[in-house]
Structures are given as C-alpha cells and as structure tokens.
Design a protein around this ligand. Structure first.
Ligand code: NAI
Length: 678
C-alpha cells in the first residue's frame, strides 16, 4: 500500500492496485470543488494516466457528504465571460481525462452530491451511493446557471433525455433509490457495503447499460423541436426567458447539439460562461448567499429548545404547531375550543401525509403534536408561541395569566402581525422574555420569519427565537418593533396602490399581469385575495395611522359583505374549488404607461424608508427579507439591488415624476437624499 498526500486530496494505492482518491478539504466541514481542489485533481489524474492502476475510486472523507458543488464564492470573481470560460474549460479537460482513464472509475457517494460534485461523479464509469443518506442533484438552475462541467451531456447519457432534462430544469434532489431507478447511479447500497462494492465493481466491472431504445425516440433530430417546444411552454409558465435564461439554454443545448457529443460539451462550457457573468446569475448567487447569511444569524450554540407550547390553534397557531412538530419538536397546542384543536390534527394528518408519505414517520410526527386544552404544556415549555386574536388587551390578559406557570428561562414569542411589542410588555413581570416571531401565511410554504425585537427584548430571547426559526428550517430576519415590521410595511403601499388602480378603472388582470411581467411571483390583487381581504384591511387600517396609505372604501365594503378572497370563493377574483377563475380580458384596453412604476416604486420608496430607519440591520438583510417575505423578483437581487442596478438617481427621478402626476403618496423618502445604495 502506498500513500500520497496533497493539500486537499489523499491518494491511497491498495494491494489490489486500486487508487483511492480521498477528498478532504482542511478546516472545512464540507467538500466543494474550488480552484485548488481542481488543480490538484488535474495533477493526480495526469499521474494516473501515466501510471494506470487497476481502478480509481473517488470518495469523500467528510461526514457531511461527497461534494456539495462548485465553490459559489468563486462564481462572482470572474472579470469577464472569457475568464469564466477558461476556468470552465480547464475543469472540462480534467473531467474528460477522468472519463478517458484506461481503467474502471467509481465515485463512492454519501450525503450531499450536488452540482459540480455530481458532475465529477458522472465523469466516472460507475456511481455507488449510500442508500439512506445520499441526496443527489444538479441544482444549478436555482442560481441562474446550468451544469457546466459536462453535466448536461453526461446526465442525459445516464438517465435518458426526459429524466435528465427534468432533473436539470427542476434542480430537485434525488434520494439514492430514485437515482438508481433513473439510471443516475449504478448501485444504492447500505453504508457498510460501500467500499466493498467499489472494490468489487473495479475487479469485476459490470457492463454499462445504455438507455432502452424506446426512450431514445425523443432524441431524433426531427422529434426534438416538438419536444423542445413543449418544454419551453412548460418552463415559460414558471420563468420568463428575459428573467431566467438558464432553463432555455439547457433546452437549446439539447435541441441543437445532442447529435454531437464533443460540440455539445464545448457549447455547454460557452453557455455557462455566458450565463455566469450575467445579471440574473449574479443576483441569484447573491440571494443564495443571503440565505446563508440569515441562517448564520442563529449563532448562540448554548440555546437548547426541547418543548414548544403554542396558544391559539387558528389559521396561524395551528399551522405553526403542525410545522414545529414536523421538524422534530415536541409541541403542546392550546386553544379555548376543542373543535379548533381537532381541526388542527386533521390539517396535520393531511400535511404529514403529503410530505412524509411513510406511515411510520407520519405517526411519529403526530405523536409529537399534543392537543392541550388546559395548557399543561406551559410548565415545561422553553418557548411559548402566542397566536391568539390580534387584540393587544386580549394578548396582555393572556400573558398575565400564563406567566406564573412558565419556567424562569422560557420565552414568549408572539405572532402578532401589527402590534408593537411595547404595547404588550406592560402585562409581564419579566418583560425581556417577549419577542416577536412573525410567521407568514401559509406557514408551510413561506420561508421567512421576522424576529421582532422590542426595546425590552433580551439578547437571549432574540437568540432563542432565531435558533428556533433556523431549526424549523425557516429563515430568521431580526427587525425592529415598528408598525408593520418590514414585510407588511413595504407590501401595504404596493397593495393599496393596486386597489387604487382598480378603482381608477384599470382591470385587475392588467394590474396583475404588469406585476408578474416585472417578475413578481403573483400579482398584487391575486395576492390580496390569497392572503384574505379581511387581513389586508386589518393591516392597512393599522398602518394607515403611521403611513401615507388610504384605506380603500371598496375594500371595506367587500369585507363588510364577507367577500374575503380565496377562502370565501370570491374576492376581487372568483375562486372555484380554490382555483382562481380568470375573468375575460377587454380586447382593446390600453393600460396607462406608469402602472408598473406606480406599483413597484411605492414598494421601493417604503423600502428606502425602512433602510433609513434601520428596520433591519443592513441593505442586504432588507433585500433578503423582502425577497423571502414577498417573493420580490429574486433575479433583481432585491429592491435595493434593483435601485443600485437601475441607478439611484434614475429611480428617484421616476418617483418624482409620479409625485407630480399622482400626489404626495409618491413623495420620495428622505433616505433618497441621505443614503447612497451601494
Ligand atoms: P384566528 O382567529 O384564526 O385564530 C385565533 C385562535 O386563537 C382561535 O382559534 C381562538 O380560539 C384562539 N384563542 C383566542 N384567545 C385565546 C385564549 N385566550 N386562549 C387560547 N386560545 C385563544 O387568528 P389567526 O389568523 O391565526 O391570527 C393569530 C395571530 O397571528 C394574530 O396575532 C394575527 O395578527 C397573526 N398573524 C396572522 C396572519 C394571517 O395571515 N392570518 C399572518 C401573520 C400573523
């Protein structure tokens, strides 16, 4: 046995003359394919080409998994498309050399095997994955790019066109048994058999199966344009070409170059180099880093949370309790009504069935969710989440009643959507235990939770709330306890402007289309109907005290007539079985030219006010909060990034024009003059 040590790789030659390439990046819990790792791999592969062993195994020494992908930090360092291309072509050459080694090659996979790591595994003849822990994917699309180290070509060869295109276009991860079924990996085996399986595969290499003939029909030159058209139609529903070019580039590579492997590889490299330096990718990479920044806010390692008690089993409290139990916490759930608690369990069964699928896991999650009408769980709770009616007096009475029953260290986290914490602390003996934990509706889908920090909130309470948020796989954003906090505050002017446009006669479909064309996931009118018009009205009335928004009479009337949106089947739109019924569009209607600016700049002006008032700590955190709290077009990288890219002066001028045309609600915030958005 011989060993050779590199900075990131350990190469061990065993008695069977098999070379084991162990990747183990020093001082890091995760392996990534950074420049240094790739350069060393080049040297190793060149040596193996000169002195061919019986076989080569590539594996990771990290407990976290194989390789989590290319190093995202390096994605933002290329000065030009050409510089990016040179880098990518080098990786291509190395991966081709691995593929051309004159001996069997095996990737041994456990845990995460993503992006560039997946592509390295695909360059090997065989992939053997640990059956329980492995999670395999080509998620590049989420960063506005596509696989760029030969992955577009090799995934299609291994999985067939349909499965591989779906794999790349959705960017979703596969578990080992799914990956085996699709052809992405050769074997899925228990952990204890991984290394033996690799040795045996090299000593007795099995035949590499090609895809069945019938799967290849869609690869024919004359069939591909039809399939591409269908795929483009599907992609367009989710992502417009102008906003997200990467999925179209994948389809294009497949359509034009599938017949010529060498050219397809070369074109893949050119295409990704082009995308990588583009605005969409750079902004989506920024958004990815922002998620990491938010997760990193949970810093206090000493926080320990075992039991959560939720009070109020309505729309929000019920869903929060269900979600926390799903994520592994023991949760007691209190409401004043038995029927409400029964309803929560019913909702839990539905969600758990959809997500967990296996009976054993569903039952375990249900066991963790305990209805508790008498509030017995209060005494052992580390965190009490309060989600009762939005009424300061009712909330204060509740706090007075429960505080004596709590552990000394327990915190109270209120889900209030509009009441400043200072109005609630008076009823508490230990006021510093109160923090806001503002979830968004629907809880299971919305990634953000605002951590509302009041004047008296202790650091500990803030850290417990932040840690809990991270542990339940949500993104925590600390905000000050000011009206509307961050997300509702910037949303409300946007939503009220949409209603004003409607009242001026602009059709709702036009208003929504303008917003969607800008890049919002859903138009403001549909959003208001989805959230519930009663809730919108409630928040608007609350915020109208401190902001220049007028509460629409039409909205008030709808709410008084119990026309509340999706939940009642009728709002601005009609909903049938929960699905929006699109009204007929007027044929020759021409919308005013400033609809987009009226909607978006009201949101952006309020964002500037939040930056000036430091509602969240930094420009980055504000952008992150607005993207994850409202879905604001992520490819712009957030509203403040949008200001930066359009030019602050330019945006200010547009806002001033709106003020002249439509009045003081468009008055630029003072921040435009005192802050430079960088
Ligand atoms: P809801 O009306 O659906 O539920 C409130 C629940 O609290 C009811 O089941 C009621 O029986 C229970 N309750 C009231 N007083 C109680 C008490 N003293 N002890 C035990 N249970 C009691 O209200 P929803 O919509 O769930 O809102 C709850 C809180 O969440 C409010 O503060 C609201 O502002 C906030 N919120 C609501 C959002 C939404 O979209 N509905 C979004 C974000 C926050």
């Amino acid at each position: 046995m011989t060993k050779k040590k590199y900075k990131n790789w350990n190469v061990v030659n065993d008695d069977n003359n098999i070379s084991w390439l162990h990747l183990d990046i020093p001082k890091s819990s995760t392996n990534v394919l950074n420049e240094q790792v790739i350069i060393e791999l080049d040297t190793i592969v060149n040596e193996l080409s000169d002195n061919v062993p019986a076989g080569v195994v590539i594996l990771s020494d990290k407990a976290s998994g194989f390789i989590a992908g290319a190093d995202i930090n390096e994605f933002t360092t290329f000065e030009s498309e050409d510089a990016a291309l040179v880098n990518i072509q080098r990786a291509h050459a190395i991966f081709n050399n691995i593929e051309n080694l004159n001996c069997p090659t095996v990737a041994v996979i456990h845990g995460f095997c993503l992006g560039g790591g997946m592509e390295l595994a695909l360059a090997c003849d065989y992939r053997i994955a640990e059956e329980d822990s492995s999670s395999l994917g080509l998620p590049e699309i989420k960063l506005g790019i596509h696989p760029g180290f030969g992955g577009t070509v090799r995934s299609i060869e291994r999985m067939g066109s349909f499965a591989a295109l779906d794999f790349m276009l959705t960017g979703r991860n596969l578990k080992a048994h799914q990956a085996k079924k699709s052809g992405l990996i050769t074997y899925a085996v228990p952990k204890r058999h991984l290394l033996t399986a690799a040795t045996q595969t090299i000593l007795n290499p099995p035949r590499i199966k090609s895809r069945p003939w019938w799967e290849k029909i869609i690869n024919f030159r004359f069939v591909r344009p039809l399939v591409a058209k269908m795929l483009i139609k599907k992609v367009t529903i989710k992502a417009k070409r102008a906003h997200y070019p990467a999925p179209y580039a994948i389809i294009d590579l497949w359509l034009k170059h599938l017949d010529n492997r060498k050219i397809m590889l070369q074109e893949e490299a050119k295409s990704i180099a082009h995308l990588l330096v583009g605005k969409t990718a750079q902004n989506l990479i920024r958004v990815f880093k922002l998620t990491e920044q938010l997760k990193g806010l949970a810093k206090d390692k000493s926080v320990s949370i075992e039991h959560i008690h939720v009070i109020g089993g309505g729309v929000m409290g019920g869903d929060i309790a269900i979600w926390c139990a799903l994520q592994g916490f023991n949760v007691t759930m209190q409401d004043q009504r038995h029927e409400t608690l029964a309803g929560v369990i019913k909702r839990a069964v539905k969600l758990y069935k959809r997500i967990l699928k296996q009976k054993r896991l569903i039952n375990a999650a249900l066991d963790r969710l305990i209805p508790d009408i008498n509030g017995n769980g209060l005494a052992k709770a580390d965190v009490v989440i309060e989600a009762i009616f939005e009424d300061a007096e009712v909330k204060c009475n509740l706090y007075k009643e429960i505080e004596p029953k709590l552990k000394r260290t327990a915190i109270i986290a209120t889900n209030t959507s509009s009441i400043p914490l200072e109005k609630l602390t008076g009823s508490l003996k230990k006021a510093d235990r109160l923090v806001g934990l503002h979830f968004f509706n629907p809880v299971s889908r919305m990634p953000l939770v605002e951590i509302v920090v009041g004047e008296k909130t202790s650091n500990k309470a803030q850290q417990v709330a932040t840690t809990l948020t991270k542990k339940i796989k949500k993104l925590p954003l600390p905000v000050t306890s000011t009206p509307g906090f961050l997300v509702n505050r910037i949303l409300m002017p946007y939503l009220t402007e949409a209603v004003t446009l409607f009242e001026e006669g602009v059709p709702i479909t036009v208003i929504d289309k303008v917003a969607v064309n800008f890049g919002m996931p859903m138009g403001p009118i549909e959003l208001a109907d989805t959230v519930g018009l009663d809730i919108c009205l409630h928040v608007a009335e609350n915020l109208a005290e401190s902001m220049p928004i007028t509460v629409s009479e039409h909205l008030k009337q709808l709410v008084s007539r119990k026309v509340l949106g999706k939940k009642t089947g009728q709002g601005f739109y009609e909903f049938k079985k929960g699905k929006l019924v699109k009204p007929k569009e007027k044929n020759n209607y021409i919308a005013p030219a400033d609809v987009e600016d009226r909607l978006i700049l009201r949101l952006i002006n309020e964002t500037m006010a939040c930056l000036r008032e430091q509602v969240a700590e930094s420009k980055d955190l504000i952008d992150a909060g607005i993207i994850f709290g409202t879905g604001f077009a992520p490819f712009y990288g957030g509203p403040l990034q949008y200001v930066k890219e359009c030019g602050q002066e330019q945006v200010l001028m547009r806002l001033e024009n709106l003020e002249k045309a439509h009045g003081s609600r468009f008055k630029p915030d003072d921040g435009w003059k005192t802050i430079i958005v960088e």
